[in-house]
Design a protein around this ligand. Sequence first.
Ligand code: ZN
Ligand code: ZN
Length: 144
Amino acid sequence: MSLDKNIIATLRQRGYRITPQREMVIETIAHSETHLSAEEIFAEIEKRTKASNLATVYRTLDLLWREGFARRNDLSEGKTVYVAHSHGPHIHLICRRCDEVIEADLDALAALKDELSIKYDFDADLEHLSIFGCCANCTDPSVN
Ligand SMILES: [Zn+2]
Ligand SMILES: [Zn+2]
């Protein structure tokens, strides 16, 4: 079974009503290699149906996030993007000067996760964390 069919079947099992528009949101995110905003997904769906609306796209993405099928991230300037959970765990390093986004692996955070667990008894969800800073291109020693 393909990823989108799998997600739809699982959501139905969990008691959610999956409308054709919701199906299109799920198909779009399941087939995307990159992160997409609600507006970008809406633009894709609008090509296929006139019956779409942005509020439904937002609600469907929120459902996918809560049910564990999508990762969510607030990149900057309030821009929220989504990617299928199957994209794999990663973190975003975001340059505050040029908005460059680097996808990094989670290894660097293993020690932090342990530390937070020991110190605060808190199981931190560090998958898909955003860390702001300055990229190599923007590092200008004369500015500091
Ligand atoms: Zn930069
Ligand atoms: Zn991401």
